[in-house]
Design a protein around this ligand. Structure first.
Ligand SMILES: Nc1ncnc2c1ncn2[C@@H]1O[C@H](COP(=O)(O)OP(=O)(O)OP(=O)(O)O)[C@@H](O)[C@H]1O
Ligand SMILES: [Mg+2]
Length: 329
């Protein structure tokens, strides 16, 4: 009998591109002079129930990738498939479900909370929009969600400014969770919090994930956070994923020189695995005119001629461990 191949990918991102116009001093009157290539040729998949960590320096295109998946930033190329349905080809009804199933949690939930609305009202709103339950059922749901994220029933009547940063992040999670999502895209959800609150939120997230069978796309620049939370990790540099592997595998043996440099900035890691700290020269280049060939060649200590000339393809060097580097055997 033919073995049945189980495709456990919930979301597929294929060769995604996203760019923003850059305007000169006269703005739109003279039209765009150039483009910021925020995301270029990014491909990865989210498997049901996993946490996929997307790591990279500031400006590497992590948030844009997350927003493009949701259609909040238009993609200029490539495709996003949810349960094998192309997001751009969805009917209105399918799109409504997609928007319900895939929720975004921001770094700073405060800026996305309406300051004039009480928390209860704010949490109930999406349920009204999606016509879920009657009044009583909706209220019950709001109280349940508050309890699940570790807040109190009396918080129902408070305003956003009456919460601490950690509590606000819980509100951000509550607002996403109330829709019963399948996927949560968490964009730096703990970066603004102090370390002890960070671990509380991360632990809660892991627990919620098990309880609700969530699939997480976890975006961060923090290596230790991503290591703690992720099953698999993609490393982003200047709009591209340069390496992808299961977490243990990646930390056991980072292959891309950029990943090595990123990890070597973590003191513990340098002591245990790498001989010395790799300090990158120069600044991250402008995404308006990214370097030719391998986008990392201008800062790579090992770059050779081929790196300047040819874009390295993504190759699978071990099961699930993919890397885009000419120098990796
Ligand atoms: N709306 C926009 N208009 C123009 N350029 C943008 C816009 N949003 C992002 N960019 C640019 O796209 C690039 C990628 O930005 P993005 O926010 O995706 O990075 P990031 O990896 O999330 O960074 P950070 O870690 O700082 O959040 C940056 O150069 C940024 O300036
Ligand atoms: Mg960001």
């Amino acid at each position: 009998m033919e073995p049945t191949v189980v495709d456990d990918s919930l979301l597929k991102v294929r060769s995604l591109h996203a760019k923003f116009p850059v305007y000169g001093p006269f703005g739109k009157i003279l039209g765009a002079k150039a483009h910021v290539n925020a995301v270029s040729d990014v491909s990865f998949e989210l498997k049901e129930g996993e946490t996929y960590g997307l790591v990279g320096e500031s400006g590497s295109g992590k948030s844009t990738t997350g927003r493009a998946i949701l259609g909040l930033t238009p993609a200029s190329g490539g495709e996003v498939l949810y349960r094998d349905r192309n997001v751009t080809a969805m009917t209105k009804e399918e799109m409504r479900n997609y928007r319900k199933d895939v929720q975004l949690v921001f770094q700073d939930p405060y800026s996305s909370l309406n300051p004039r609305k009480r928390i209860g009202q704010m949490l109930e709103e999406p349920l009204i929009i999606h016509r879920l339950g009657n009044r009583e059922e909706r209220q019950e749901k709001v109280f349940e969600i508050l309890r699940i994220v570790g807040l109190q029933p009396e918080h129902y009547f408070r305003y956003p400014h009456e919460f601490s940063g950690g509590q606000r992040q819980r509100l951000g999670l509550a607002r996403a969770l109330i829709m019963n999502p399948k996927i949560m895209i968490c964009d730096e959800p703990v970066s603004a919090l102090d370390v002890s609150i960070q671990s509380q939120i991360l632990n809660m997230l892991r627990q919620l994930q098990r309880e609700f069978k969530l699939t997480l796309l976890f975006i961060t620049h923090d290596i230790s956070v991503v290591r703690y939370i992720s099953d698999r990790i993609g490393i982003m540099y200047l709009g591209k994923i340069v390496e992808e592997a299961p977490t243990d595998d990646l930390f056991q043996e980072p292959l891309h020189p950029y990943t090595q440099a990123l990890f070597s900035a973590v003191p513990d890691f340098t002591r245990s695995r790498l001989k010395e700290r790799i300090v990158l020269r120069g600044e991250i280049p402008s995404p308006i005119s990214p370097p030719s060939g391998c986008v990392f060649h201008t800062r790579c200590p090992f770059a050779t001629d081929i790196c300047k000339a040819e874009i390295p393809p993504m190759r699978e060097v071990r099961t699930g461990h993919r890397v885009a580097c000419h120098l990796v055997e």
